[in-house]
Each structure stands twice: as structure tokens, then as C-alpha cells.
Design a protein around this ligand. Structure first.
Ligand SMILES: *C/C=C(C)/C=C/C=C(C)/C=C/C1=C(C)CCCC1(C)C
Length: 239
């Protein structure tokens, strides 16, 4: 019985819900991607790939959690190492879809920020470094990303088009506000229990990460879909 989900295991239920939500989200994004203006198709494909990759990982994470009661750290971070760079590519693709050219350095800076952020978190969670040091490294990477999208080259270029500006602002809010849920989970699930000499609060940590993934992958995709949809509709009307 312990290999099956129990109603008392509310964290397991959250794993279940996210794993099952990623599948229809993927179908939706891939299906809709075939019906928007061609310049948006690659963007829709990328958000569909993000939820597809996450869905696969969530099925494993759910099983791991339900049968061991431990954090599926490896699956979690492999998922993030694949999906977060894809989401960073999305910023770049949106500019390209709008016919705006930015140098490929934008993409590289976003990628480096992502790798630093995730490496810091991973090193902390698997005890390569102290939880605090992992946190500081992770925060540095995140701040690099925030700086790039709010103050860097892409932020200036994004001002040129109304639709793009709208999408950019929403995506930036996801990175600033939606992503802030992860460090909150890390602080209260991981750092503060360790400091006070307790065990890691794996329930809190995983519940918060699951909630954050739900928001930051599915909502992120819906924002892009909405923009692609509006933009395609406008073009149809013009015809
Ligand atoms: C789809 C998955 C996403 C969008 C994952 C995002 C993960 C983060 C924004 C993680 C951030 C962290 C910090 C800013 C500091 C320390 C540890 C992390 C890795 C939890």
C-alpha cells in the first residue's frame, strides 16, 4: 500500500496534480502552436517542450516521493537544468518573432545566469557546499538574469513594440515574482531548519517547489500563448 498515494500525503497529492496538469498543458500548447501565425510557432513549441519535459520528470518525482518520502533532488534539478534554459531562450525568441534583432550575447548572459543559479541551489541541496553558500551563489545567478531583462540590452529593444512590451512585462514579472517562490521554499524548507538544528523540512520544500513549477511553467506558457493568439488574430483581421 505504501507505494500508492495516500490521502494523508498532501505533498504527494501536489506531486500528482502537477504531473497530471503538465500533460494537457503540453497538448494544448502544441495544438495551439499549429494555429498561430508562423512566426510564433517555435515559441509555442518551446513552451510545449517545457511542460513535456516537466511532465516526464514529475511522474518520476511523484513515484520517488510516494515510495521513499524523500526529496527527489536529482530529478528536480535535471528538470530545471533543461527547462529553465528553454524558458530563457523564449525571451530571445519573442524578440525574434517580433522582428527585433538582439545580439546572441543576450542569450548567453541569460544562460550563464541560469546555470549559476541552479548550480548554487543544487550544490547546497546535495551538501557539496553549505546551504547558505549555495543560496548566495543561486541568488547571484538570479540577480544576473533580473538585471539582464530589466536593465540589459533586451529590455531596451523590447520597448519598441506594444505587443512585445506587454508580453515582455508579463514574462519579466514571472521571473521576478513567480520565481521568488523558489528561494522562499529553499530558505524555510532548507536553510532555517538546518540553522536551528532540525531536519530539512522536505514537506514544505517540495510543496512550495511544486506550486512554483505549476505557476512558472503553465502560466508562463499561457502568457506566450495569449500573445501569440492576439498577434495572430490581429493579422487575420487585417487581411
Ligand atoms: C521550471 C522551473 C523553474 C522556472 C525553476 C526555477 C528555479 C529557481 C528560480 C530557483 C532559484 C533558487 C535561488 C534563486 C536561490 C537558491 C536556490 C534556488 C535554486 C532554489
Amino acid at each position: 500500500m505504501e507505494n500508492f498515494l495516500q490521502y494523508t500525503d498532501y505533498v504527494g497529492v501536489s506531486f500528482w496534480i502537477v504531473s497530471v496538469a503538465m500533460v494537457p498543458a503540453t497538448v494544448f500548447f502544441l495544438y495551439e502552436g499549429m494555429h498561430v501565425k508562423s512566426s510564433w510557432r517555435i515559441s509555442m513549441l518551446v513552451v510545449g517542450m517545457v511542460t513535456l519535459i516537466a511532465g516526464i520528470h514529475y511522474y518520476y518525482m511523484r513515484d520517488y516521493w510516494v515510495s521513499t518520502g524523500e526529496s527527489p533532488i536529482v530529478y528536480r534539478y535535471i528538470d530545471w537544468f533543461l527547462t529553465v534554459p528553454l524558458q530563457m531562450i523564449e525571451f530571445y525568441l519573442i524578440l525574434v518573432a517580433a522582428g527585433i534583432t538582439v545580439s546572441s550575447n543576450v542569450f548567453w548572459r541569460l544562460l550563464i545566469g541560469t546555470l549559476v543559479m541552479l548550480l548554487g541551489g543544487y550544490a547546497g541541496e546535495v551538501s557539496w557546499v553549505s546551504p547558505g553558500l549555495g543560496f548566495v551563489i543561486g541568488m547571484a545567478g538570479w540577480i544576473l538574469i533580473i538585471f539582464e531583462i530589466y536593465r540589459g540590452e533586451s529590455s531596451l529593444k523590447a520597448k519598441t513594440d506594444k505587443n512585445i512590451l506587454k508580453a515582455f512585462n508579463s514574462l519579466r514579472l514571472i521571473v521576478l515574482v513567480g520565481w521568488s517562490i523558489y528561494p522562499v521554499g529553499y530558505i524555510f524548507g532548507f536553510i532555517t531548519p538546518m540553522i536551528s538544528g532540525n531536519e530539512i523540512n522536505t514537506n514544505f520544500l517540495n510543496l512550495i517547489y511544486n506550486l512554483a513549477d505549476f505557476i512558472n511553467k503553465i502560466l508562463f506558457g499561457l502568457i506566450i500563448w495569449n500573445l501569440a493568439y492576439q498577434d495572430s488574430k490581429e493579422q487575420e483581421l487585417k487581411r
